[in-house]
Unconditional design. Structure first.
Length: 483
């Protein structure tokens, strides 16, 4: 979060003062008839400016803008009096002599000037703009690095979807009713927080015009009727294998708008840090061999917080519905009338495969993939795994939670008929900074050099497709096979 210091630092002044200027019906002098000026003309027209163009000749686009009336008036040559009554001037002529004349005439009339692409000669710069009118985000890098400003704008485009425009309009139209209905600022803030984030916001963004206002007013009635108890929900969110870059945009938004996050031990700090400062973070993690929070406690806590009107995020490594107990949690919540939705995540096997460049399916090699747990709820269930069904040479097996049973897994698959030379990989901490991999034929995998982090989340990929990972050909494999 960026906080602007209120105390001025004379050695390091803010290079520009950002303002949003109302140009509707105001005269803007625009110099130049080429592409650069035409792109400014389009922007000025969008803001409703009355454009006075000064240009000896016109490019095709500019001629069209003039013909269609987007540009009101054109003069072939500049005269200082053309600046009388102008609110700003933009010089896109690229003609240094003309620039000098415009700047001196503008200076004596107090008209601020922008000279396109010449920051040293500008009184003001035109920022990179993200237009979700009425929401407008303007980005400046002090005029020095317009490419960086554009890059920042692209990131904002992803964070502020086009639907925000409709959301902002609906919020503005519903503002008066909310102000009338809720007397305290705190209540109004709580209400808008609820409306503008989470699943309701996603729904509103997809609505047209009045429908969104009606929905906001319906939420207002629910808010008033249920007070603090209204509108809570649980979102089961997949955090992916560990790299924050592998979160979905929906997941990142849900994390950023949660009141409370109940997270697994697998979710790294780099992802938890996307939460707001006020968000309560509760670790309900289970790691093999460690004492864990009872599932019943997690279930009850989620239900209780949702009933209090909180936005609850249940954040799980990988995908919530793959070995994540999300199915049980969703049933528990649904049975108690708590609204629950899910956001998918990239499961560990897919993250690992991408990192290793390993095709999980490959034409003529692997027609299917299977996601399997090598560790069930009870040892009886674990013993009952049907290895014969799994020992299919045309399939890529992704075995989760099997690191401590490598010997058994290898022996069972071979006994069930899988060729002992079938390629395999043990991948630990996939998509994290400390990722590690051991490649070996399935018969040799139990004797592969130990992992550095013996407690790391690890999975085993087995199948001929594994040999298509570029790392398969490394020394490790040869050494282990020869031993
Ligand atoms: N829902 C998760 C799986 C949870 S079960 C998912 O979809 O990925 C936990 C198991 O997932 C771990 O024991 C390990 O086998 C696997 N796992 C999770 N993250 C991993 C990672 N970054 N690298 C390797 N394996 C991982």
């Amino acid at each position: 979060m960026l906080h602007l210091s209120s105390r001025p630092d004379p050695a390091n002044p803010m290079p520009y003062f950002p303002i949003f200027l109302d140009l509707r019906g105001r005269t803007v002098l625009l110099a130049g008839g080429g592409e650069a000026a035409a792109s400014k003309a389009r922007l000025l027209a969008r803001a409703g400016a009355d454009i006075l163009l000064v240009a000896p000749s016109l490019c095709e686009e500019m001629a069209e803008l003039l013909e269609t009336g987007v540009i009101r008036r054109r003069e072939k040559a500049f005269r200082p009096d053309l600046l009388d009554g102008a609110i700003i001037a933009i010089d896109g002529s690229g003609d240094p002599d003309l620039t000098d004349r415009i700047r001196s005439a503008a200076f004596s009339r107090n008209v601020p000037v922008n000279v396109v692409d010449v920051p040293e000669q500008c009184d003001f710069t035109v920022p990179a703009i993200l237009d979700r009118s009425p929401v407008i985000v303007a980005v400046s890098t002090g005029g020095g690095a317009p490419a960086l400003a554009r890059n920042i704008r692209q990131r904002l485009e992803a964070a502020i979807p086009a639907g925000y425009a409709g959301l902002a309009k609906a919020a503005a139209n519903a503002r008066a009713s909310v102000r009338d209905a809720l007397s305290t600022t705190r209540d109004r803030q709580r209400f808008w927080d609820r409306v503008l984030s989470g699943t309701l916001a996603e729904r509103l963004m997809a609505m047209e015009g009045d429908a969104a206002v009606t929905e906001i007013e319906a939420e207002l009635s629910r808010f008033i009727a249920g007070g603090r108890d209204a509108g809570g929900s649980v979102i089961l969110v997949g955090a992916g294998p560990g790299d924050p870059g592998l979160l979905t945009l929906h997941a990142a938004r849900a994390i950023g708008s949660a009141d409370i996050i109940l997270h697994d031990a697998l979710v790294p700090d780099s992802i938890l840090s996307l939460a707001r400062r006020e968000t309560r973070l509760v670790s309900v993690g289970k790691r093999a061999g460690c004492r864990s929070v009872p599932q019943e406690f997690t279930n009850r806590l989620m239900a209780a917080c949702a009933r209090k009107g909180m936005r609850v995020v249940r954040l799980k490594g990988g995908d919530p519905f793959i070995f994540g107990r999300a199915g049980e949690e969703a049933e528990f919540l649904r049975d108690r009338g708590v609204s629950v939705t899910a956001i998918p995540g990239i499961t560990a096997a897919m993250g690992a495969a991408a990192q290793l460049g390993l095709p999980l399916t490959h034409r003529g090699v692997a027609r299917s993939m299977r996601v399997v747990t090598a560790h069930c709820r009870t040892s009886g269930e674990t013993d009952a795994i049907d290895w014969v069904k799994l020992a299919d040479p045309g399939t890529t097996l992704a075995l989760y939670m099997g690191r401590d049973r490598l010997g058994e897994i290898s022996a069972s698959l071979i006994a069930a008929g899988l060729p002992p030379d079938t390629p395999a990989a043990l991948v630990a901490n996939a998509c994290r900074p400390d990722a590690e991999v051991r490649f070996a034929a399935i018969k040799d995998l139990p004797n592969a050099p130990a992992l550095t982090d013996q407690g790391a989340p690890s999975l085993i990929l087995v199948g001929d497709a594994v040999a298509h990972a570029p790392g398969w050909a490394v020394a490790d494999v040869a050494r282990i096979s020869a031993a």
